[in-house]
Design a protein around this ligand. Sequence first.
Ligand SMILES: [Zn+2]
Length: 83
Amino acid sequence: MFLGILTHMAESAGRELIHVNPANTSRTCPPSMGGCGHVSGDDRVTQAGFVCVRCGFTANADVVGAINVLRAGLVLRETAQAA
Ligand SMILES: [Zn+2]
């Protein structure tokens, strides 16, 4: 229901909606931000802070989650277009 409305809204606005599984998106050291791609539950030192235990990359945890969701979405779209 909700995704149906959201998809319709996105198409009406000429936008594309991609469904992304958010698993690990806030626990992955973001390669697109210069991180190493390491995934660990230990990377979340606080609710707002992200610190990679492997390479020491630090950033706002919400930014890291958003960047990783975007990257996952773009990968899904590339996979769909290649098929
Ligand atoms: Zn890292």
